[in-house]
Every structure is written in C-alpha cells, then in structure tokens.
Design a protein around this ligand. Structure first.
Ligand code: FMN
Length: 397
C-alpha cells in the first residue's frame, strides 16, 4: 500500500501493525504490566466532551503556540521515542525530518540511534532533546555537549524511569536483536536513574544554557517542587502508560498541575493522545503543547518522514476542524469551560477500519488521485465505490 492510500489515522495504525514484525509492534503498542495506565489514558480522554458553539464566524483559525521564546505554527509536537531504527532504517533522522516539517517541534530521545548533530541537520524546525540519566555526571555533561552542538532549542530530563517497567507484551515476544545507539554506559552506571534526586535537577540545569524541563510530572506537589528548582517548563506524562502500572491518566492530573503552576511556566502533556480533538481538551485545560508518541510512530513505520508528516497533518486538520465545529478560533485561548465531563457508557470505541477488497481499493486509488476532482467529489466518489452508486443525493449529509 502506498502512502497516498493511507487517508485516516486508523489506516496508518492498521497498516503499521500489518507491516511491522510482531515484536516491534508489541514493543511500541504495549504498556507496562496490566496496561491499566495505558487504558486509563484513553478512558479519561473519552470521559471529556467538547462543548459545541455555533454561528461564531470561525473562518480563520489560529493554531500558533508560544513555547518559551519559540512561536510554533502548531501546538502538536512529537514525543521522544527510543528504538526508532526498528521502525525505519533512518529512524530518528526521518522522524525529526518529518516532524519539523509539520510546524510543530520534535523531541529527540536520549537513546536516539544517530549522532545528535546528524539529526539536527535533518530538521527544518526546532528540536528539543530528552535526557535519560544513564551514567555519572561526567557522562551526562559529555552528552549535553552534543545537545549544544546539534542546535537543540531546549532539553528535558525524563524522571518517570526510576525503574524500568515490566512490559508484558514486549517481554513475551522479544527476540535478541541488534542494538543501535551511542556508547552504552558501564553496567554499574546503568541503574543511576533510581538514585536521582532534586539535587541532580539543580546540577543538570546549570550544565548548558538552554531552557530545561522535567518530563514525567504527574502531581501538583512535584510541579511545585520543579518550579522551586527553577525548571523552565513541565512535561505532564506517564510515558504513554509504559512506566508506573495502575497510575493516573495524564489528562486527569493536568488540571491540578495547571492550578499549581499558575502560568509561571509552560506545560507539555502527552500519553494516550490519538486524535486532534484530544489536543483540544488538553489545550482547553491549560496545556501549552500536546505531544504525540505512537501516532507519528505509525507514520514513520508506514512512510518515513513523509508518513510522519501525513499523520501530523491529519492530527492538525482534526484540531482545526474540531475547533471550528466547537465555535473556537484561537488554540492558545481555549478555556476549560468548553470541556464537559460525561458518562462514557455506550462509547463507540476506536474508529472502524474498513477492509477493502482489491477491486474497491483500485477504485478508491483512482478517485483519490484524480486531480480534476475536488475533495468533496473525491469523498463522494469513494462512498459510491464502497456502498454502490445508489447512494442518493438526498442521503448526502
Ligand atoms: C516506542 C516508544 C519509545 C519511547 N521512548 C522514550 C524515550 O526514549 N524517552 C522518553 O522520555 N519517553 C519515551 N517514550 C514515551 C514517549 O515520549 C511519550 O511519553 C509517550 O509515547 C506518549 O504517549 P502516546 O504514545 O500514547 O502518545 C517512548 C514511547 C514509545 C511508544
């Protein structure tokens, strides 16, 4: 299947699953142990509905976001992910290339498999670096020199990894494979993350003159401490449900953190965000930026940088369409009162993926590639191809 044939977010996910080896899919898709946190992230988002206002003249929508001294065209960014070489031969480089073309920002994993300078050169927009503390202070200081050389705009320390979780899907399917990445620290230094404390935060923020934040904050108490220790931003995350099992959903923790932070520093949130409307909820509740992990990863697997860009475009389209249909025009001014807590019984679940026969796929391909057709004509061409030419004009709504 070619990239142009993947027209919805669920098609990207389904196709990624089909083409990736099962162990690679499991590594990315799964969460820790019982996967309660993974599921809770989605359920908590589904418990929130967006209020619909009409007749608000929403012709022009402004999605720009202000993060530190960066003005981004979009508040949707890509979260750091290790092991990208398993999803594309040029993993981290392609991810940075595709993500920075979308108008947002990309965050490069501390265990990226390519030299940071090479990733920096591929990017056409701002990059942040994510640090895992995997050695002694000399090891960290040396790593951060490369962050400066790579032209990164900010860096964050991931703090929700005091232990490496047990990820059952990954454990069941893992096969010994080759590892790609920078020099691995000596075994006695690998467990240094469990010994980290706020003193280390104080030390690391003095190491390079870049804005610095903590990724993995989930309580108001830790957000207050982070600010006392001088962070420039806070990243609300539970690692996409991959670390603490049976933890809270990030969208549930967001409001109390926003209240504790009182606008003093910007807030990034991630974990469980799959659609553009999910971002509307987070922005309205006070996030500055919303990070997506697995969604752009499926794009990378399906089509490298172009696949990442396609997924981010779909997410940004959904953000804009959702804002228009909710009667809002400025993404950075969305307010919490547009979000309502609702009962989710009867929720339809994920969008269905239509399995097309080869003949139907052929018709869809021809229609979508016909330059003479408008987007609406293409849509109806596809509908007729799938459900028959007897779709009546009057049913088109
Ligand atoms: C395959 C994979 C690898 C990840 N690697 C890292 C990493 O190297 N550093 C990090 O801070 N977070 C890592 N994460 C967590 C993401 O940065 C992010 O918090 C999470 O994926 C967001 O949730 P979502 O995937 O539901 O969007 C990883 C996530 C995935 C799916």
């Amino acid at each position: 299947m070619e990239l142009a044939d993947l027209r919805t977010l669920s098609m990207f996910e389904t196709h990624a699953q089909a083409i990736l080896p099962p162990d690679v899919w499991a590594f990315a898709y799964g969460g820790s142990s019982s996967e309660a946190t993974l599921e809770r992230n989605r359920h908590a988002l589904q418990h929130l509905a967006i209020e619909q206002r009409v007749l608000m003249n929403v012709r022009n929508v402004d999605t720009t976001a202000q993060f530190l001294d960066l003005t981004l065209a979009s508040p949707l960014i890509v979260a750091p992910m290790g092991g990208m070489y398993r999803f594309h031969p040029d993993g981290d480089v392609e991810m940075a290339r595709g993500a920075t073309r979308s108008g947002g920002m990309s965050v490069v994993s501390g265990v990226a498999g390519w030299p940071l300078e090479e990733i920096g050169t591929a990017a056409s927009g701002p990059l942040m670096f994510q640090l895992y503390w995997l050695g002694d202070r000399d090891w960290v200081a040396e790593k951060l020199q490369h962050v400066v050389a790579g032209g990164f705009k900010a860096f964050c320390l991931t703090v929700d990894t005091a232990a490496y979780s047990r990820r059952d899907r990954d454990i069941m399917l893992r096969t010994p494979g080759q590892r790609r990445g920078g020099p691995v620290p000596a075994p006695e230094l690998r467990d240094t993350q469990s010994g980290l404390s706020w003193d280390d935060v104080d030390w690391v923020r003095t190491q390079i003159p870049l804005p610095f934040g903590l990724k993995g904050i989930l309580t108001a108490a830790d957000a207050r401490l982070a600010i006392q220790h001088g962070v420039d931003f806070i990243w609300v995350s539970n690692h996409g449900g991959r670390q603490l099992d049976d933890g809270r959903a990030t969208i549930d923790a967001l409001s109390e953190i926003v209240e504790a932070v009182q606008g003093r520093v910007p807030i990034i949130v991630d974990s469980g965000f799959r659609r553009g409307t999910d971002a509307i909820k987070a922005l309205a509740l006070g996030a500055t930026l919303v990070a997506y992990g697995r969604a752009p990863l499926w794009g990378l697997a399906c089509g490298g940088a172009d696949g990442v860009l396609s997924v981010l475009r779909l997410l940004n389209d959904e953000l804009v369409i959702g804002m228009k249909l909710a009667g809002r025009t400025v993404a950075r001014s969305l307010q919490a009162d547009m979000i309502r807590r609702v009962d989710v019984s009867g929720f339809a679940g994920p969008a269905p993926v239509t399995q097309l026969s080869p003949a139907q796929q052929e018709v869809v391909r021809a229609v979508t590639r016909d330059p003479a057709l408008s987007e609406v004509e293409k849509m109806w061409g596809i509908t007729e191809a799938l459900f028959g030419a007897d779709v009546q004009q009057g049913e088109r709504r």
